[in-house]
Design a protein around this ligand. Sequence first.
Ligand SMILES: [Fe+2]
Length: 278
Amino acid sequence: MYEHLAQAPDIENLEHQGYVTLALGEPACALIDEIAELTLTFFRQDDEVKSADSIRHLHEGWQPFGGEFSITPDRPDLHESFWVTRRNATRAAATYSSMGRALHAKMVQHLSIMQHLEADITRDIRRHLGLEDVKESAIDGPLDADLQVLYYQPQRQHRDLLQDEHEDGLYMTLTWADSPGLEILGPNGVFHGLSQGRGRVSVLPGEILSLMSGCRIKPMIHRVRRHAEQLERLSINYFAVPDLDRSADIEKWIACPQHGAVSVADRIRHNRSQFLVQ
Ligand SMILES: [Fe+2]
Protein backbone atom coordinates (compact mmCIF):
# COMPACT_ATOMS: atom_id res chain seq x y z
CA MET A 1 0.00 0.00 0.00
CA TYR A 2 1.51 3.26 -1.17
CA GLU A 3 4.96 1.72 -1.31
CA HIS A 4 6.19 4.62 -3.46
CA LEU A 5 5.04 7.38 -1.09
CA ALA A 6 6.64 8.91 1.99
CA GLN A 7 3.19 9.07 3.60
CA ALA A 8 -0.38 8.03 2.75
CA PRO A 9 -2.48 10.79 1.14
CA ASP A 10 -5.74 12.16 2.51
CA ILE A 11 -8.04 10.95 -0.26
CA GLU A 12 -11.03 12.89 1.15
CA ASN A 13 -9.34 15.98 -0.30
CA LEU A 14 -10.26 14.82 -3.80
CA GLU A 15 -13.91 15.42 -2.95
CA HIS A 16 -13.53 18.37 -0.60
CA GLN A 17 -10.73 20.46 -2.14
CA GLY A 18 -10.80 18.96 -5.65
CA TYR A 19 -7.25 17.54 -5.70
CA VAL A 20 -4.73 15.83 -3.48
CA THR A 21 -0.95 16.09 -3.39
CA LEU A 22 1.25 13.02 -2.96
CA ALA A 23 4.69 13.03 -1.33
CA LEU A 24 6.88 10.53 -3.19
CA GLY A 25 9.47 8.42 -1.41
CA GLU A 26 13.16 8.87 -2.19
CA PRO A 27 13.52 6.12 -4.87
CA ALA A 28 10.65 7.62 -6.91
CA CYS A 29 12.11 11.12 -6.44
CA ALA A 30 15.51 9.93 -7.65
CA LEU A 31 13.91 8.42 -10.77
CA ILE A 32 12.26 11.76 -11.57
CA ASP A 33 15.64 13.48 -11.13
CA GLU A 34 17.10 11.08 -13.71
CA ILE A 35 14.21 11.63 -16.13
CA ALA A 36 14.52 15.41 -15.77
CA GLU A 37 18.25 15.33 -16.49
CA LEU A 38 17.85 13.07 -19.55
CA THR A 39 14.90 15.09 -20.77
CA LEU A 40 16.71 18.43 -20.67
CA THR A 41 19.60 16.92 -22.65
CA PHE A 42 17.12 15.44 -25.13
CA PHE A 43 15.04 18.58 -25.71
CA ARG A 44 18.08 20.84 -26.10
CA GLN A 45 19.01 18.98 -29.31
CA ASP A 46 18.06 20.26 -32.78
CA ASP A 47 14.58 19.40 -34.04
CA GLU A 48 16.08 17.34 -36.85
CA VAL A 49 17.87 15.11 -34.34
CA LYS A 50 14.79 14.81 -32.11
CA SER A 51 12.59 13.87 -35.05
CA ALA A 52 14.46 10.55 -35.29
CA ASP A 53 12.84 9.68 -31.95
CA SER A 54 9.29 10.49 -33.05
CA ILE A 55 6.70 7.80 -33.89
CA ARG A 56 3.67 9.95 -34.42
CA HIS A 57 1.20 7.29 -35.59
CA LEU A 58 1.77 5.42 -32.30
CA HIS A 59 1.73 8.61 -30.18
CA GLU A 60 5.18 7.61 -28.98
CA GLY A 61 8.35 9.61 -28.55
CA TRP A 62 8.96 13.24 -29.45
CA GLN A 63 6.11 15.53 -30.47
CA PRO A 64 7.24 18.90 -31.85
CA PHE A 65 6.30 22.30 -30.44
CA GLY A 66 2.62 23.16 -30.83
CA GLY A 67 1.43 19.62 -31.55
CA GLU A 68 -1.31 19.62 -28.91
CA PHE A 69 -4.00 22.01 -27.74
CA SER A 70 -6.28 22.45 -24.75
CA ILE A 71 -9.39 24.10 -26.22
CA THR A 72 -8.85 25.02 -29.86
CA PRO A 73 -6.16 24.19 -32.47
CA ASP A 74 -5.79 27.96 -33.00
CA ARG A 75 -4.13 28.17 -29.59
CA PRO A 76 -1.69 25.27 -29.36
CA ASP A 77 -0.12 24.40 -26.03
CA LEU A 78 3.30 26.07 -25.98
CA HIS A 79 5.51 23.07 -25.36
CA GLU A 80 7.22 20.07 -26.92
CA SER A 81 6.67 16.64 -25.48
CA PHE A 82 7.95 13.09 -25.23
CA TRP A 83 5.33 10.36 -24.91
CA VAL A 84 5.32 6.81 -23.62
CA THR A 85 2.10 4.82 -23.88
CA ARG A 86 1.31 1.62 -22.04
CA ARG A 87 -0.17 0.26 -25.25
CA ASN A 88 2.78 0.84 -27.61
CA ALA A 89 5.83 1.24 -25.38
CA THR A 90 7.34 -2.16 -26.15
CA ARG A 91 6.87 -1.79 -29.90
CA ALA A 92 8.32 1.71 -29.87
CA ALA A 93 11.46 0.93 -27.86
CA ALA A 94 13.28 -0.80 -30.70
CA THR A 95 13.25 2.23 -32.98
CA TYR A 96 14.79 4.87 -30.71
CA SER A 97 18.29 6.35 -30.75
CA SER A 98 20.46 5.57 -27.72
CA MET A 99 19.38 8.78 -25.98
CA GLY A 100 15.70 8.26 -26.85
CA ARG A 101 15.94 4.67 -25.61
CA ALA A 102 17.52 5.74 -22.30
CA LEU A 103 14.77 8.31 -21.69
CA HIS A 104 12.07 5.89 -22.78
CA ALA A 105 13.32 3.20 -20.37
CA LYS A 106 13.24 5.56 -17.38
CA MET A 107 9.80 6.82 -18.37
CA VAL A 108 8.48 3.25 -18.57
CA GLN A 109 9.68 2.74 -14.96
CA HIS A 110 7.94 5.94 -13.86
CA LEU A 111 4.76 4.94 -15.73
CA SER A 112 4.73 1.69 -13.79
CA ILE A 113 5.10 3.50 -10.43
CA MET A 114 2.30 5.90 -11.35
CA GLN A 115 0.07 2.96 -12.33
CA HIS A 116 0.58 1.40 -8.90
CA LEU A 117 -0.22 4.71 -7.22
CA GLU A 118 -3.33 5.19 -9.34
CA ALA A 119 -4.59 1.72 -8.35
CA ASP A 120 -3.97 2.49 -4.66
CA ILE A 121 -5.78 5.81 -5.00
CA THR A 122 -8.75 4.14 -6.71
CA ARG A 123 -8.98 1.64 -3.85
CA ASP A 124 -9.06 4.49 -1.34
CA ILE A 125 -11.57 6.52 -3.37
CA ARG A 126 -13.91 3.52 -3.37
CA ARG A 127 -13.43 3.19 0.38
CA HIS A 128 -14.06 6.91 0.90
CA LEU A 129 -17.24 6.72 -1.20
CA GLY A 130 -18.45 3.67 0.78
CA LEU A 131 -18.24 1.37 -2.24
CA GLU A 132 -16.42 -1.64 -0.81
CA ASP A 133 -19.47 -3.81 -1.48
CA VAL A 134 -20.30 -2.35 -4.88
CA LYS A 135 -19.37 -4.53 -7.83
CA GLU A 136 -16.03 -3.66 -9.37
CA SER A 137 -16.01 -2.57 -12.99
CA ALA A 138 -13.50 -2.19 -15.79
CA ILE A 139 -12.16 0.84 -13.99
CA ASP A 140 -10.83 -1.29 -11.15
CA GLY A 141 -8.46 -3.30 -13.37
CA PRO A 142 -5.36 -2.02 -15.19
CA LEU A 143 -6.21 1.19 -17.02
CA ASP A 144 -4.85 2.44 -20.29
CA ALA A 145 -2.20 5.02 -19.55
CA ASP A 146 0.18 7.51 -21.15
CA LEU A 147 3.14 9.31 -19.68
CA GLN A 148 4.23 12.62 -21.16
CA VAL A 149 7.16 14.84 -20.36
CA LEU A 150 6.36 18.40 -21.40
CA TYR A 151 9.18 20.87 -22.12
CA TYR A 152 8.43 24.58 -22.01
CA GLN A 153 10.69 27.56 -22.72
CA PRO A 154 8.56 30.27 -21.06
CA GLN A 155 11.02 33.11 -21.65
CA ARG A 156 10.72 32.63 -25.43
CA GLN A 157 6.91 32.84 -25.42
CA HIS A 158 4.59 35.84 -25.29
CA ARG A 159 1.19 34.52 -24.23
CA ASP A 160 0.23 34.75 -20.56
CA LEU A 161 -0.90 31.12 -20.61
CA LEU A 162 1.26 28.29 -21.92
CA GLN A 163 -1.78 26.00 -21.71
CA ASP A 164 -5.33 27.38 -21.72
CA GLU A 165 -7.75 26.29 -19.03
CA HIS A 166 -9.17 22.80 -19.52
CA GLU A 167 -9.83 19.54 -17.75
CA ASP A 168 -8.11 16.46 -19.12
CA GLY A 169 -11.29 14.52 -19.95
CA LEU A 170 -9.74 11.31 -18.58
CA TYR A 171 -10.02 9.32 -15.38
CA MET A 172 -7.10 10.77 -13.45
CA THR A 173 -3.96 12.84 -14.03
CA LEU A 174 -0.86 12.60 -11.82
CA THR A 175 1.34 15.60 -12.46
CA TRP A 176 4.77 16.78 -11.34
CA ALA A 177 6.66 19.91 -12.38
CA ASP A 178 10.09 21.29 -11.62
CA SER A 179 8.88 24.88 -11.24
CA PRO A 180 5.72 26.98 -10.81
CA GLY A 181 3.12 27.53 -13.52
CA LEU A 182 0.28 25.05 -12.89
CA GLU A 183 -2.89 26.78 -11.70
CA ILE A 184 -6.14 25.14 -10.65
CA LEU A 185 -9.66 26.54 -10.46
CA GLY A 186 -10.77 26.82 -6.85
CA PRO A 187 -14.36 26.40 -5.63
CA ASN A 188 -14.62 30.21 -5.40
CA GLY A 189 -14.11 30.45 -9.18
CA VAL A 190 -10.59 31.85 -8.87
CA PHE A 191 -7.44 30.19 -10.23
CA HIS A 192 -4.54 29.74 -7.89
CA GLY A 193 -1.06 28.27 -8.25
CA LEU A 194 -0.44 24.74 -7.05
CA SER A 195 2.70 24.20 -5.03
CA GLN A 196 4.99 21.78 -6.85
CA GLY A 197 8.57 20.69 -6.52
CA ARG A 198 10.72 17.70 -5.67
CA GLY A 199 8.69 14.67 -4.75
CA ARG A 200 5.31 16.40 -4.97
CA VAL A 201 2.81 14.86 -7.38
CA SER A 202 -0.68 16.34 -7.70
CA VAL A 203 -3.69 14.13 -8.41
CA LEU A 204 -6.20 15.90 -10.66
CA PRO A 205 -9.54 14.13 -11.25
CA GLY A 206 -10.96 14.07 -14.78
CA GLU A 207 -14.46 13.81 -16.19
CA ILE A 208 -14.48 10.00 -16.20
CA LEU A 209 -13.72 9.78 -12.46
CA SER A 210 -16.41 12.39 -11.89
CA LEU A 211 -18.98 10.30 -13.79
CA MET A 212 -17.93 7.14 -11.95
CA SER A 213 -18.31 8.83 -8.56
CA GLY A 214 -21.84 10.12 -9.17
CA CYS A 215 -20.30 13.60 -9.57
CA ARG A 216 -19.17 13.70 -5.92
CA ILE A 217 -15.64 14.25 -7.24
CA LYS A 218 -15.45 17.08 -9.79
CA PRO A 219 -13.18 17.33 -12.84
CA MET A 220 -10.32 19.68 -11.98
CA ILE A 221 -9.99 22.60 -14.37
CA HIS A 222 -6.40 23.75 -14.69
CA ARG A 223 -4.06 25.81 -16.85
CA VAL A 224 -0.35 26.66 -17.08
CA ARG A 225 0.74 30.26 -16.56
CA ARG A 226 3.91 31.62 -18.14
CA HIS A 227 6.53 32.81 -15.70
CA ALA A 228 8.69 35.01 -17.91
CA GLU A 229 11.83 34.52 -15.85
CA GLN A 230 11.85 30.74 -16.50
CA LEU A 231 14.24 29.68 -19.26
CA GLU A 232 12.96 26.10 -19.17
CA ARG A 233 10.16 24.28 -17.38
CA LEU A 234 9.52 20.54 -17.25
CA SER A 235 6.43 18.65 -16.22
CA ILE A 236 5.82 14.91 -16.12
CA ASN A 237 2.22 13.87 -16.52
CA TYR A 238 0.56 10.50 -16.15
CA PHE A 239 -2.85 10.20 -17.79
CA ALA A 240 -5.13 7.23 -17.07
CA VAL A 241 -8.38 6.17 -18.67
CA PRO A 242 -10.31 2.87 -18.59
CA ASP A 243 -9.24 0.44 -21.30
CA LEU A 244 -12.19 -0.02 -23.64
CA ASP A 245 -10.52 -3.10 -25.15
CA ARG A 246 -11.24 -4.88 -21.86
CA SER A 247 -14.84 -3.81 -21.54
CA ALA A 248 -17.26 -2.40 -24.10
CA ASP A 249 -19.21 -0.48 -21.50
CA ILE A 250 -18.47 0.75 -18.01
CA GLU A 251 -21.02 0.83 -15.25
CA LYS A 252 -20.81 3.86 -13.00
CA TRP A 253 -20.09 3.20 -9.32
CA ILE A 254 -22.76 5.70 -8.29
CA ALA A 255 -25.65 6.87 -10.46
CA CYS A 256 -25.83 10.62 -10.90
CA PRO A 257 -29.27 12.15 -11.58
CA GLN A 258 -27.64 14.98 -13.49
CA HIS A 259 -25.69 12.74 -15.88
CA GLY A 260 -27.71 9.51 -15.75
CA ALA A 261 -27.95 9.23 -19.53
CA VAL A 262 -24.26 9.82 -20.20
CA SER A 263 -22.37 6.68 -21.24
CA VAL A 264 -18.91 6.48 -19.69
CA ALA A 265 -17.56 4.54 -22.69
CA ASP A 266 -18.94 7.11 -25.15
CA ARG A 267 -17.32 9.93 -23.19
CA ILE A 268 -13.97 8.11 -23.21
CA ARG A 269 -14.15 7.62 -26.99
CA HIS A 270 -15.13 11.24 -27.53
CA ASN A 271 -12.51 12.69 -25.20
CA ARG A 272 -9.75 10.49 -26.63
CA SER A 273 -10.21 12.14 -30.01
CA GLN A 274 -9.48 15.64 -28.64
CA PHE A 275 -6.34 17.64 -27.98
CA LEU A 276 -4.04 16.72 -30.88
CA VAL A 277 -3.21 19.00 -33.79
CA GLN A 278 -3.22 16.84 -36.93
FE1 LIG B 1 -4.13 19.13 -18.48
